[in-house]
Design a protein around this ligand. Structure first.
Ligand code: 2BA
Length: 110
């Protein structure tokens, strides 16, 4: 079994959960916060059999869109040095989904 961990934009999360359910995949939706933009996003946990991983990834790809977001002034860009701060808004392309697929040692549902 595998655990698909997908960090997606809030705007796509409801539709994504609906389509996963329609296709027979269970998921858990967690409210999360991106470390860079410090704004809300959604992390989905999807436990699936190995052979179903490509189907889940295809669903995620089909629903989740990359979007331009404006980064607030003075957002830290790196080490924390003064030169690493941005003094004006910049546009950042936030990915449709950041996905990790990890092995599940054991799975129990009681
Ligand atoms: P955030 O950390 O809020 O990042 C939002 C977007 O800001 C990123 O989009 C990327 O385009 C940009 N960004 C992030 N760190 C940057 C930096 N140090 N310098 C310049 N630009 C930077 P995505 O890469 O699509 O990431 C979307 C969200 O996925 C992230 O939100 C974070 O919550 C999650 N994520 C991305 N990579 C991750 C990783 N390696 N581990 C855990 N979560 C990750």
């Amino acid at each position: 079994m595998k655990l698909v961990i997908a960090v997606v934009q809030d705007k796509d999360s409801q539709k994504l959960v609906e389509v996963l359910v329609e296709n027979g995949f269970r998921s858990t939706k967690l409210a999360s916060t991106g470390g860079f933009l410090k704004s809300g996003n959604t992390t989905l946990l999807v436990g699936v059999e190995v052979q179903d991983v490509p189907a889940v990834l295809a669903i995620i790809r089909s629903i989740c869109q990359a979007r331009e977001e404006l980064v607030a002034p003075m957002a830290p860009m790196g080490s924390g040095a003064v030169e690493s701060y941005v003094p004006y808004p910049i546009e950042v392309l936030v990915g449709g989904a950041t996905v990790f697929v990890v092995d599940v040692a054991q799975f129990h549902r009681y």
